[in-house]
Design a protein around this ligand. Sequence first.
Ligand code: FAD
Length: 283
Amino acid sequence: MKPAPFAFRRPATLDEALAALAGEPGAKVLAGGQSLVPLLSMRLAAPSMLVDINALPDLDHVTASSEGDEAGVRIGALARHAHVLASAEAAQVQPLLALALSHVAHPTIRNRGTTVGSIVHADAAAEMPMVLRLLEGSVDVASVRGRRTVPAAELFAGPLESTLAHDEIALEAFFPSLPDGGGVAFQEIARRHGDYALVGVAAVVQTEGGEVTGARLGYVSVSDVPVVVDVTDALDDPAAAALAELEPTDDIHATAAYRAHLVKVLTPRVLADAIHHARERSA
Ligand code: FAD
């Protein structure tokens, strides 16, 4: 199918882009287009205007720092998934990024799709919104009203719905670093590699002297929004603790019962991998 007609702007400055969005309530941001363009073609979205942000300067950075309160990875709105995945510094400072990104779609889509766009798109089947939520990261956004930082815990409102206003542009996502004694892991089950996960699980653990002092799990494709469960006090049966908080849903890809089964199988595996990773880093 062909998209419904829309106006198109490709501003060269952030101020122009913000003004264009503010002046047109039906406008939408276009970044990599890997989610939005299919929605336009299927007429599941019909914005009156696209504001293409690809000509904006200084938004394609991936910077990693291991020092101080700001330790973490900063990803600009025009950094493609492939760029983030290729960054050795980012993988060093927060290894969960590369672990999860290697499951995001196929190389051609990762070459164009942006990590920040994926977060704002807020698909509960997408890996990076869950990773941001699990790591307690944040997104910096701008509008004609000014700038603000939105913590990941306040970002995901519902299926394909973020809490950003229609005229806000996400400029950068911040993923905190993995501290000493920390470990991470990620696994997912998809029909084919590169497909959206039927279920995906990530773990972040903290250890001291080899003992686990904190353990949190993040789930992809289980609910309408990315879900995080703290299993620090349930290390003997983390899957039961997770299922007590999750409500797996049915869709055309999998039944709720199959999703619950995958949660049971993947949860202890991923947690064990993360604990192993933490102990390996500390050795
Ligand atoms: P766009 O498509 O340009 O935009 C998506 C939405 O976000 C739009 O509503 C847009 O207005 C908004 N938006 C984008 N950037 C900004 C911004 N900076 N500020 C404000 N709003 C913004 N993703 C996965 O996570 N896992 C997968 O397994 C996966 N498989 C895929 C398979 C296929 C065949 C395809 C086509 C895509 C797949 N994707 C998958 C989606 C891909 O990761 C997209 O790149 C990503 O979801 C959106 O990023 P984008 O830059 O393409 O955003």
